[in-house]
Design a protein around this ligand. Structure first.
Ligand SMILES: CC(C)(COP(=O)(O)OP(=O)(O)OC[C@H]1O[C@@H](n2cnc3c(N)ncnc32)[C@H](O)[C@@H]1OP(=O)(O)O)[C@@H](O)C(=O)NCCC(=O)NCCS
Length: 236
């Protein structure tokens, strides 16, 4: 079980995990305040900081939180100077030899980093988010049928888990595939052991062996995904 670090101060470390897909770090984000101060920005690379200063306040908070989480991981890997800017696709630009991903939700930003050239994705969702009927847009027919007999709250948490898996799978796959992927092009079957089976429902997706995993920490669901190039080795 992973416990969070108090006192929940904005932009401070929340938790870290040595995960099967890489090292993962989370930092708290301010819940209501949308301002960042000099101290928060001072830990960023100069180019990251310049970028952050031109973002609208809410987006700046997310960007800064994600970069601080990724900066901590790069520091652990002895990468002293690297600006994690964004590619035109939106994916984070990481140093050669590394792969990783960033996600944010209300109150938390997370990053994952590993060595290799495989696709790696992460997503975080707040389970206390109010229920919306996203299942219709996110789930394949057989996924919806599998959840049909559950109570409303259980169906919501299972839908949110699958939504999160598909977001992290998108982040792992999109940089390798170079195209938009619809939610119904993948079906996800989470297992109790923290892994998930993934069915590709488009021919070009099946060229990338996929792995998916999930965990919960307090009120957050985190999912990670790996998309390997055929024959590619996975290294941490
Ligand atoms: C790109 C997308 C997955 C981002 O997810 P989100 O819920 O909006 O936001 P998150 O906080 O979880 O993630 C945002 C981070 O994703 C990363 N990201 C954005 N586009 C990306 C891409 N094409 N590839 C990999 N990572 C990407 C960035 O690091 C971004 O944070 P940053 O801008 O601060 O660096 C989402 O906006 C999207 O387009 N989803 C629809 C497609 C989809 O999910 N299909 C599922 C079927 S597999």
């Amino acid at each position: 079980m992973i416990t969070t670090v108090e006192p929940f101060a904005p932009f401070t470390p929340a938790f870290h995990v040595a995960h099967r897909h890489g090292r993962l770090r989370a930092v708290y984000l301010p819940k209501d305040a949308v301002r960042t101060n000099e101290e928060d920005l001072s830990h960023l690379d100069t180019e990251e900081r310049n970028h952050a200063e031109h973002l609208p306040p809410r987006r700046r908070v997310q960007f800064v939180g994600g970069r601080l989480a990724m900066r901590a991981l790069l520091d652990e890997s002895a990468v002293a100077s690297w600006a994690v800017l964004s590619l035109s696709s939106g994916a984070p630009l990481l140093p050669p030899g590394f792969t990783g991903s960033i996600s944010h939700t209300k109150g938390l930003a997370v990053a994952i980093l590993a060595r290799g050239d495989h696709g790696l994705g992460i997503d975080v969702e707040d389970v206390t988010r109010c229920c919306r009927d996203v299942g219709r847009h996110v789930l394949c027919d057989d996924e919806r049928e599998a959840l049909a007999g559950l109570s409303e709250s259980e169906r919501w948490s299972q839908t949110l888990l699958r939504f999160s898996h598909k977001e992290s799978l998108y982040k792992a796959l999109n940089p390798l595939l170079g195209r938009w992927i619809g939610f119904r092009e993948l079906a996800v079957w989470p297992r109790d052991d923290g892994t998930a089976d993934v069915d590709s429902r488009a021919d070009d997706l099946s060229q990338f062996p996929l792995e998916a995993a999930w965990l919960t920490v307090d009120r957050w669901i985190l999912t990670t995904a790996v998309a390997r190039r055929q024959g590619g080795a996975l290294t941490r």
